[in-house]
Design a protein around this ligand. Structure first.
Ligand code: HEM
Length: 407
């Protein structure tokens, strides 16, 4: 079988959905030599493998082979070990039993109720971000809304000072580039280590402050969290904060931007939402399915797995394509249609099983607040310029979203 990911490499970076349909049809569990990984695209297979404990989420040792540059690389290798040490402590890259204990503790601190209480804060922030604009203006809603809102929200939820969010976002961006890059250089490794250390020192100071004077924020709740007689160690709290900050904003930016774009490209659906605001929750679910913010979940095989007529062997890397699963016609009739009346119960934009997204409630809250606030103010808005995507295989990310705001 030809390497389909190599064949469709440019489409997969910008508009992957037609390519997903072809790959799913020709070879739903596909080995790609160019990716050195399996690519799984059928809903049924993705939904089953994402919670299969014969596959691991551990990333240990995955990065050393990506280091490139002129020898000597000893210093970069040492730094890479420290970065990998940090990553291996992240909940997202931890298997049971360590995962079970950490997840129990974060679930005590990050509850649906604590997110609900953020509702007025998120609304106030959206109002403030939109306040400078008037009907008739063309505004880049990526720059002025979809990027700043999630970063401010997660910073605030954690308990950090609003004026620090830019510095945190910069550090987190370095870490995301490290995780998403196929080729690492000594400079990029050094930068990610510096950024990890910057975030760790930042959250260390915040942790000391909250230990002395607890407040109504996530840091204070993480310090107090207890589950089955266990509490979080200091180093675990720092790892958790770095992960929550990183996982909590780029993905939500994509949800907000993809949703606004889908509504602008489907004016009759947007008009229906204006007439029937009770459809808001369904709209958010349809956006999550139709243009999933995060396209891929990565695993490696620990115990042999038979799936789709293929044998996945221990050590194999597996890319589970959430974006392809959420457009599988076997699960979703007319999958390429943005249909805000669709009944939703089985789409998997936030994963499934023990690693199901911790922040799904927060992301949904932000998306609901943005869609409702924009449509209330400017229900007839139009896309002012064609959009361009940032070429990445793992996320659905816009560069800009220039919109003419019209009341
Ligand atoms: C639309 C926005 C979001 C999307 C699409 C998304 C997507 C995902 C997905 C697919 C996973 C599972 C990954 C896997 O199984 O390998 C996940 C896990 C996770 N997400 Fe999100 N996420 C979003 C927002 C957030 C937010 C706002 C936060 C935090 C405030 C967050 C924190 C996490 C954490 C900590 C995990 C790891 C859970 C575990 O391993 O037990 N995410 N997310």
């Amino acid at each position: 079988m030809q390497d389909l990911l190599a064949k469709f490499s440019s489409q997969l970076l910008t508009n992957p959905y037609p390519a997903y349909h072809v790959i799913r049809k020709l070879d739903p569990v596909h080995w790609s030599d160019s990716w050195q990984s399996w690519f799984v695209s059928r809903y049924e297979d993705v939904a089953s493998l994402i919670k299969d404990q014969r596959l691991s989420v551990s990333q240990v040792g995955k990065f050393s082979s990506r280091l490139a540059g002129e020898e000597p690389l000893e210093e970069a290798r040492e730094q890479l070990k420290v970065v990998e040490g940090w990553l291996s402590s992240f909940l997202l890259f931890t298997d049971p039993p360590a995962h079970t204990r950490l997840r129990g503790l974060i679930s005590k601190a990050f509850t649906p109720r604590s997110v609900e209480l953020q509702g007025p804060v998120v609304q106030e922030r959206v109002d403030r971000l939109l306040a400078p604009f008037q009907s008739g203006q063309v505004v880049d809603l990526m720059e002025h809304l979809a990027i700043p809102l999630p970063v401010m929200t997660i910073a605030d939820f954690l308990g950090s000072r609003p004026q620090d969010f830019r510095e945190l976002a910069g550090w987190s961006h370095d870490l995301a580039s490290f995780l998403g890059n196929d080729e690492l250089t000594p400079a990029s490794v050094a930068r990610s280590l510096q950024s990890l250390q910057g975030m760790a020192s930042y959250f260390q100071v915040l942790m000391e402050e909250r230990r002395l004077e607890p407040q109504d924020d996530l840091m204070s709740r993480l310090l107090q969290a207890q589950h089955e007689g266990s509490t979080l160690k200091e180093s675990e709290i720092l790892s958790m904060c770095i992960l929550l900050f990183g996982a909590g904003h780029d993905t939500t930016t994509n949800l907000i931007a993809n949703g606004l774009l889908a509504l602008l490209q489907h004016p009759s659906e947007a008009a229906r939402l204006v007439r029937e605001p009770e459809l808001l929750e369904r709209v958010v679910e349809e956006v999550l399915r139709y243009d999933s913010p995060s396209l891929i979940a990565v695993r490696s095989v620990v115990e042999e797995v038979e799936i789709g007529g293929k044998t996945l062997l221990p050590g194999d890397s597996v890319n589970l394509c959430l974006g392809a699963a959420n457009r599988d016609p076997a699960q979703f009739p007319e999958p390429d249609r943005f249909n805000i009346l669709r009944e939703h119960s089985h789409h998997i934009p936030f994963g499934k099983g023990i690693h199901f997204c911790v922040g799904s409630f927060l992301a949904r809250l932000e998306a609901r607040t943005v869609f409702a606030s924009l449509l209330r103010r400017w229900p007839n808005s139009r896309l002012a310029r064609p959009v361009e995507r940032i070429p990445t295989l793992a996320f659905r990310r816009l560069k800009h979203l220039h919109v003419e705001l019209l009341a």
